[in-house]
Design a protein around this ligand. Structure first.
Ligand SMILES: [Zn+2]
Length: 137
């Protein structure tokens, strides 16, 4: 299913800015993710610039947690954070949100520091600051 002609659509997202961007720049087509037809569609990679700043808000848990803690940690993936905290993906596509995110960020696959975010649990960078502060006190 994922390939050159993979498209996502305005119905895949709940986020207003993304929906508007797809409506304004997309072409009528059928969505590869939520299955909508005759909707504004764009290749997922064209949305990359909206997602890159969000990557900077998270850190892979394994980079900052001691192995002991990591074993107990009930983490979430980047796409889950985007769904729960940012309500970016719509209910239509929630089952495929991880695949969609991988397609959106596919061109980063060479930059392993970013792309591996997709397969590991992440923690919020701001939570981290709190932990660091606590350790110092
Ligand atoms: Zn869609």
């Amino acid at each position: 299913m994922i390939g050159q002609d993979t498209l996502c659509c305005e119905n895949c997202f709940s986020d207003f800015v993304l929906k508007r961007y797809i409506k304004e720049n997309g072409q009528q087509g059928s969505c590869s993710f939520c299955g909508s037809s005759s909707v504004s569609c764009l290749p997922p990679g064209s949305l990359e610039s909206f997602f890159i700043p969000l990557l900077g808000l998270y850190v892979p848990a394994e980079d900052v947690m001691p192995t002991e803690l990591l074993k107990e940690y009930d983490g979430s993936f980047f796409w889950e954070r985007l769904t729960e905290e940012w309500v970016i993906f719509s209910d239509e596509v929630v089952e495929q949100a991880d695949d969609l995110l991988k397609e959106i960020l596919a061109s980063l696959s060479d930059e392993t520091s970013y792309f591996r975010f997709l397969d590991v649990w992440v923690v919020e960078a701001c939570e981290l600051d709190e932990d660091v502060k606590r350790e110092r006190n």
